[in-house]
Design a protein around this ligand. Sequence first.
Ligand code: SAM
Length: 222
Amino acid sequence: MGVPAPKTRRNRRRMVASQVAARGIKSRRVLASLAWVPREWFLAPHLADEAYDDAPLPIGSGQTISQPYIVALMTEALAPRRGQRILEIGTGSGYQTAVLAHLGAHVYTIERLPDLLVEAEERFRRLGLPHIGTRLGDGACGWPEAAPFDGIIVTAAAPAVPPPLTEQLAPGGRLVIPIGDLGAQELVILQRTAAELVERHAGGVRFVPLISRLAFTEGEWG
Ligand code: SAM
């Protein structure tokens, strides 16, 4: 991995200080990863000037790249360590994937839209990021052949946690997922302990919906 886009390094540092650290993200590793990944590489050229804005941005096909602060919040909640196996649902632009891979995680990422996945794969190659596996499909089913995972991050909102994902979470592992409908969602963090799944909440978020062939009401998934 080289040091990409030195011209925009100052913009990234400013973004990390004013949008991310200032809102309480403390992990130095997470801050350093956001300061390294060139967000403009994950956007169409006409949006490059907005790359370090404090906002989600369109990436085509009706989808969005998340706001940098939300990427940092979810990454800090996941707390991936070097060499850990992380499953990501919703590759999108690949920005969140790149942040995780730069932290040394081995990332398995699933996207349902082929055009987005092809573009993200090209970005990973260009950045020389190692240890990223990609798959086209319904991420709500997880990636059973590669399970269990030390962490699972879902970057689209579901009304409830898809059961295959909790089944594929290793002991001690964390699952980070926005839960709710299009109006109001809560960032939920589940941690698998020896006996149970411990749940905590990390505030309100707003994501595009997880589209899955699995049933989508808690009762049906119950
Ligand atoms: N993390 C992404 C990034 O950094 O650009 C942003 C992800 S975007 C908010 C949500 C993504 O989830 C979209 O690309 C969407 O196509 C994808 N998605 C929705 N439902 C999915 C599913 N069941 N399986 C896989 N991907 C899904």
